[in-house]
Design a protein. Structure first.
Length: 146
């Protein structure tokens, strides 16, 4: 059972130790960490070893089923009003595999509710949303945008 004193010690350690930031940096360096990816397994192993190093009794991993996703090739070419190839296009996590699409692109700005309302009817078109966020307003998470 965790006592109040131990709870205070652990909380203080979390805020004052350099370990937390070093561990975060290490985990970030293991990117990408999509479920089932080599980075995911490396992160799991790193955390398990840290648990052991910190003295946790009997740390272990348990197998379970989960949904996984692998980023495939993504190509974006604009043909009108000016031809342009976007070489930095990437598929977002859990984007479905899709056939080649040839549809009108509708600019939906930063992806706010107002931007989508201004865009009008989107059915049958491709909504283009920037990764940028509004200035002087709360960040819009990609799950809300896309």
């Amino acid at each position: 059972m965790i006592t109040r004193e131990l709870d205070h010690q652990l909380t203080g350690e979390a805020w004052t130790s350099t370990d937390a930031y070093a561990n975060l940096e290490k985990l970030c360096d293991l990117a990408p960490r999509f479920a089932g990816s080599p980075g995911n397994f490396a992160a799991r192993d790193f955390i398990l070893e840290k648990f052991k190093a910190y003295g946790l009794a009997h740390p272990r991993t348990d197998a379970f089923d989960y949904l996984t996703w692998t980023r495939g090739a993504c190509e974006l070419k604009l043909r009108a009003p000016t031809a342009r190839d976007f070489h930095s296009a990437i598929s977002l996590v859990y984007s479905p595999n899709a056939p080649r699409l040839r549809e009108a692109v509708v600019d939906c700005g930063i992806g706010s509710e107002d931007d989508f309302a201004r865009a009008g009817a989107l059915r049958g078109n491709i909504a283009m949303v920037t990764t940028a966020n509004p200035e002087n307003k709360p960040t819009i998470h990609r799950r809300e945008k896309y």
